[in-house]
Design a protein around this ligand. Structure first.
Ligand SMILES: [Fe+2]
Ligand SMILES: [Fe+2]
Ligand SMILES: [Fe+2]
Length: 366
C-alpha cells in the first residue's frame, strides 16, 4: 500500500513536483488515490488510509485502528522523505520531528529515531532498501490471478490520467482479441495478445500530461518525447513479463515497410500477434476521441486504414476489419461503456468529496 500511496498524483500530474504537492495542496492526489484504490484495485480495504495519508495523527482519532495506523505511518514516512530531500538546506528531519506535536504518533517517531541510529538514511540513498523490501515482500507475492489485477491497476492508473485515453487500452485489447479469434489463434496466443495489448502503452506513465493531453498537433520535439513511450514500456516490463508478450507490447508502432518506430523493423520480423495489436491500436486511436481530435467516423477510419494497408499494416487484418467494422465496434462497446462509466463515477465522487473540504482544506468527513 505504501508503494501506491501517491498514485493519485499521476492523475493530477503533480508527481514531478513532489515537494510541492506533498506540502501545499495535499488533497487532490489524496482523494484520487483513495478513489483509485477503492474502485480500480484489489486494495480497497486500504483506500481510506490513502485518503488520510496527509492528515496529522491528532486528526485521525475517529478512524478505525488499523486504518489510523496505516495512515499515520505513511504520513510520517512521507514527511521524513520530503525532509530528506531538503536536507542539504539544513537539519530538516530533526526539526520536523522535534517541532511536530500532534502531527505524528509518538511511538512511530521513537521507532524512527531507533532506525536513525542504525543509519537508515544512507540505506535509502544507496538503494539497498529496494532489495530488502523485495526480500520482505517475498512472502506476500500475489497469486497469478491477483497479479493480473495489480497489472490492470497500473495500466488503468495511466489511462485514468487523461479523459482522452481512458478507453484506449480497453478498446485496443478488445479489438485485438476480436481479430485474433477470427484468425484462428489458439488460447495461449489469445492470452499473450491480451497481456501485450493491455501493456502496450504502459510507458506513457513517463510522458507528461501536458503532452498526453495536448490539444492539437504535437511539435517535432513533443512528438519525439511522445514516441519514447515505447522504450519506456520496454524498460518497465522487460524481464518481468515473458519475452513474447513484451515484444507484442513494444512493437505496436512498427510498420511492415520499416517506417515505424522505435526500431524500424520490417514485415519478416513482425509476427501475427504483433501485427494484430498494431492494427487494433490504430483502429482504436482513429475511432475514439483523443486530445487532438474527435472520433473519426467509420468512413474516414476505413479510408486511413486502407491507405496504410499492405505497405504498413497487414492487409488481411485490415480487410477483415473493414469488412466487419460495425460488428467489431459493437463488440467493443460494452467494455468501453463500462470504463467510461467508472471514470465518470470517479470524477463525480471526486467533485463531491472536494466540495466537502473547507477553505483550509480541512476534511468535513469522507
Ligand atoms: Fe502524498
Ligand atoms: Fe503507443
Ligand atoms: Fe496505443
Amino acid at each position: 500500500m505504501s508503494i501506491f500511496h501517491d498514485i493519485g498524483a499521476y492523475k493530477t500530474d503533480e508527481i514531478d513536483r513532489m515537494v510541492e504537492f506533498e506540502t501545499h495542496d495535499v488533497w487532490n492526489h489524496s482523494i484520487y488515490g483513495y478513489l483509485f484504490l477503492k474502485y480500480m484495485t484489489p486494495l480497497e480495504k486500504y483506500a481510506r488510509a490513502i485518503f488520510y495519508h496527509h492528515t496529522p495523527w491528532a486528526g485521525l482519532e475517529e478512524l478505525e485502528e488499523d486504518c489510523r495506523g496505516y495512515a499515520g505511518l505513511i504520513h510520517l514516512a512521507d514527511r521524513v522523505d520530503i525532509a530528506a530531500h531538503l536536507e542539504q538546506d539544513g537539519p530538516q528531519i530533526e526539526s520536523l520531528l522535534s517541532n511536530s506535536r500532534g502531527a505524528f504518533n509518538e511511538g512511530y517517531v521513537k521507532a524512527l529515531r531507533r532506525c536513525y541510529r542504525q543509519k537508515i538514511l544512507p540505506f535509502l540513498e544507496n538503494g539497498g532498501y529496494r532489495e530488502a523490501n523485495l526480500r520482505r515482500c517475498g512472502g506476500f507475492m500475489p497469486e497469478a490471478a491477483e497479479a493480473l489485477e495489480y497489472l490492470k491497476m497500473i495500466v488503468y492508473s495511466i489511462d485514468f490520467r487523461s479523459e482522452h485515453t481512458v478507453t484506449h487500452t480497453v478498446n485496443t485489447v478488445s479489438l485485438a482479441l476480436n481479430i485474433a479469434r477470427r484468425f484462428g489463434l489458439d488460447e495461449g496466443e489469445l492470452e499473450k495478445i491480451y497481456l501485450g495489448a493491455l501493456l502496450h502503452d504502459v510507458g506513457k506513465i513517463a510522458i507528461p500530461a501536458s503532452i498526453l493531453e495536448h490539444p492539437g498537433k504535437l511539435s517535432g520535439e513533443q512528438m519525439a518525447v511522445m514516441r519514447t513511450h515505447v522504450e519506456e514500456t520496454r524498460a518497465l516490463i522487460q524481464g518481468i513479463v515473458p519475452e513474447d508478450i513484451c515484444e507484442i507490447a513494444v512493437r505496436h508502432h512498427e510498420k511492415l515497410d520499416g517506417s515505424g518506430y522505435p526500431r524500424g523493423l520490417t514485415g519478416e520480423e513482425l509476427t501475427m500477434p504483433q501485427r494484430i495489436v498494431a492494427v487494433a491500436d490504430i483502429v482504436s486511436a482513429l475511432s475514439s476521441r483523443r486530445s487532438y481530435k474527435e472520433p473519426f467516423p467509420k468512413e474516414k477510419t476505413l479510408t486511413i486504414l486502407a491507405q496504410m494497408s499492405a505497405a504498413q499494416l497487414d492487409p488481411q487484418i485490415c480487410a477483415y476489419v473493414s469488412e466487419n467494422y460495425d460488428a467489431i465496434m459493437n463488440s467493443t462497446e460494452e467494455g468501453r461503456r463500462r470504463v467510461i462509466g467508472q471514470y465518470q463515477g470517479i470524477m463525480q465522487e471526486f467533485q463531491e468529496i472536494s466540495s466537502r473540504l473547507d477553505s483550509r482544506g480541512e476534511r468535513k468527513g469522507l
